[in-house]
Design a protein around this ligand. Structure first.
Ligand code: 9L3
Ligand code: MG
Length: 131
């Protein structure tokens, strides 16, 4: 059966910088940086999934905006979809990640991103530069 799981990622943009977070789990992805987020669950919209994930993973209240870049195939069943996100309240409170950085467009290359996230970096840089 063909299943298509959407993974939503948050481009939290504040003061011209985006929040990057370093994974700790699973071991194969530990140490890699990502735009935080996770799988959309059955019956959830992309936006409600991202609000839930940001609350669970980072203790942040967010508002979800437009998609940044195109959908990225992660594997045969998963796609990554990144949205612009505005922080309404809170500073990142690390629960699943072990480090976060706020990166400006010219700093996006400074961390070791997950391969799917790398594909979105040009569109993300454009969004940061337009801010
Ligand atoms: N993933 C890739 N890029 C991202 C995110 C948030 C997630 N920006 C991948 C990693 C996992 C899968 O999607 O293989 C599900 O993510 P999670 O629920 O483990 O965060
Ligand atoms: Mg996650």
């Amino acid at each position: 059966m063909h299943e298509n799981v959407v993974v939503v990622g948050a481009a939290v943009i504040r003061d011209g910088a985006v929040l990057a977070a370093r994974r700790t789990y699973p071991q194969s992805l530990a140490g890699k940086w990502e735009l935080p987020g996770g799988k959309v669950e059955p019956g959830e919209s992309d936006k409600s999934a991202l609000v839930r994930e940001m609350h669970e993973e980072l203790g942040m209240a967010v508002e979800v905006g437009e998609q940044i870049g195109d959908d990225v195939a992660l594997d045969v069943e998963k796609i990554l979809r990144v949205y612009r996100v505005t922080l309404l309240a809170g500073e990142p409170l690390l629960t699943e990640h072990d480090e976060v950085r706020w990166l400006r467009a010219d700093q996006l290359g400074e961390v070791d991103w997950l391969p799917g996230d790398v594909v979105v970096l040009p569109a993300l840089a454009a969004a940061l530069n337009a801010n």
